[in-house]
Design a protein around this ligand. Structure first.
Ligand code: FUL
Length: 498
């Protein structure tokens, strides 16, 4: 009897498994649309917010661009503390840090064996110091990713502008990619050529941006040594410049560009970078780089000009909230620490973001979608509110303009809406609108275009019991992985006390 019962149970389990498998197999996911992100780009999108550290001889000479003739002895932080720098970034919510291992002046923050112009001739740590080592180690300890900025333009090097310099540059790149553990990004700056020290020549050297750097062969080194690292330049290959240094993405800001259209090599045309191009031929999302201070390097005269929490929030909503990543620069001061004023502003900025996103009103809402792909639970509307990036609400192929209603049960207040597309299927939504239920009818309160990795709509607080999302235009049936409703804390940022 027992045997028979267990045989029947096994048969039933098997049958249930077959049915479940059939049901799964019956509803195929949507076909991807347009250019798609690579694995490394998806990892980068996930980061959303990370930081720059601009630190070199300029910190001590009070310049933004060193000429290249600075003595190594000027680099002498009095109280360098990598953990304080990294902790500040981490507490601000950053997921990684990119250090200027070498800026345009050519001074190397690590003891490169290919030049004497480095920390090894600095009084700091008796010439035994290595800023790249200390920051990368501190990042690893804190669970942050680490990346490098290695300026192609080098105003110190005698061979800059000649083929020999390229070999030097690539040797340095190999050093950084070999000796400092995992590198999540290599940031190739676009500023190029002009006057400089150049080994004592003190001359002007112009280079041809299209040919001089032979980028494809430099990129190959990064791919070989660090296959998952993403590379930045104004033209990619993995993420693009947003076209300004104020941290503001276009609206729309497509994650794609049409690489067949114009001059799309690094240093080429900057047309289209701010908004991207849809549907485009390449997945080339934008990074918004901006400094927390007026300059990229620390200057004591700017101590009272640190961006306020409200300015930082505005930048966050116009960068991360438009599908880009935010790269916010924190310049270490002459001690080798992030200045107290910057720390204070970052803390308040973070407090507001944390409070805002701590509670999602959509999570408890009753959901009604005008269409669910094949009626399958794996594509149900609930997948848009489960806070999982790899699940999504999808519709049948022919349904490009569906609606999703969130019934909150009772009136609730919010002022931020968050949307995300499921990126592995491409950027599909082209326009959407949001309605609130008011006096027995729907009233539109916001609309927009691109969504991509993330779209944050931040407005005046409103109170309603129902919210409706309408996808009003899409290149292919939408695949939405997030729809959330949040409220910023009342009163806005506390004014930082000086
Ligand atoms: C620019 C550089 O010239 C600035 O000094 C800074 O490094 C910024 C991030 O990129 O092109």
């Amino acid at each position: 009897m027992k045997l028979l019962r267990s045989a029947i149970t096994s048969l039933l389990t098997a049958a249930a498994l077959v049915t479940a498998t059939l049901a799964l197999a019956a509803v195929a996911p949507p076909q991807p649309f347009g250019p798609l992100p690579t694995e490394r780009q998806l990892r980068w999108h996930d980061m959303e917010f990370y930081g720059f550290l601009h630190f070199t001889v300029n910190t001590f000479t009070d310049k933004e661009w060193g000429y290249g003739d600075e003595s190594e002895t000027v680099f002498n932080p009095t109280d360098f503390n990598a953990d304080q720098i990294v902790r500040t970034a981490k507490e601000a919510g950053m997921k990684g840090l990119i250090l200027t291992a070498k800026h345009h002046d050519g001074f190397c923050l690590w003891p490169s064996k290919f030049t004497e112009h480095s920390v090894k001739h600095s009084p700091w740590r008796d010439g035994k110091g290595d800023v790249v080592r200390e920051i990368s180690d501190a990042c690893r300890r804190a669970g942050l990713k680490f990346g490098v900025y290695l300026s192609p333009w080098d105003r110190n090097h005698k061979d800059y502008g000649r083929p020999a310099y390229l070999e030097y540059y690539r040797n340095q790149l190999r050093e950084l990619l070999t000796n400092y553990g995992d590198i999540f990004t290599v940031w190739f700056d676009g500023a190029n050529g002009g006057d400089g020290y150049y080994g004592g020549d003190r001359t002007t050297r112009r280079i041809d941006n299209r040919t001089y750097y032979d980028w494809p062969n430099t990129w190959k080194i990064v791919r070989e040594k660090m296959p998952l690292a993403v590379m930045f330049s104004d033209a990619g290959p993995d993420f693009r410049w947003v076209g300004n240094e104020s941290g503001i993405a276009g609206d729309p800001c497509w994650a794609t560009m049409d690489m067949t259209k114009r001059d799309r090599h690094p240093g080429g045309s900057s047309v289209g970078l701010n908004s991207g191009e849809h549907p485009g031929t390449a997945w080339l999302p934008a990074e918004c780089d901006v400094s927390i201070r007026p300059g990229w390097f620390y200057h004591a005269k700017d101590d009272a000009r640190v961006k306020t929490p409200e300015q930082l929030l505005d930048i966050y909503y116009k960068s991360v909230g438009r599908g880009a990543c935010l790269n916010l620069n924190l310049p270490p001061d002459r001690r080798g620490r992030i200045n107290e004023n910057d720390v204070r502003s970052l803390r308040e900025f973070r407090r507001i973001l944390d409070t805002t996103f701590a509670k999602d009103l959509a999570r408890r809402a009753k959901l009604t979608a005008s269409n669910v792909r094949g009626g399958a639970s794996q594509f149900a509307a609930a997948k848009a509110v489960d806070h999982k990036r790899d699940t999504y609400w999808a519709t049948d192929d022919q349904v490009a303009t569906p609606e999703l209603v969130l019934d909150l049960g009772k009136p609730a207040a919010f002022n931020v809406v968050s949307l995300r597309e499921y990126l592995p299927l491409g950027q599909r939504v082209e326009a959407f609108a949001l309605d609130q239920w008011q006096d027995g009818q729907w009233v539109e309160f916001a609309k927009g275009t691109s969504i991509g990795n993330r779209r944050l709509i931040r407005g005046a607080p409103l109170t309603t019991s129902k919210v409706r999302l309408r996808i009003t235009q899409a290149a292919a049936s939408p695949a939405l992985s997030e729809f959330g409703l949040f409220a910023e804390p009342a009163g806005g940022p506390h004014q930082p006390t000086p």
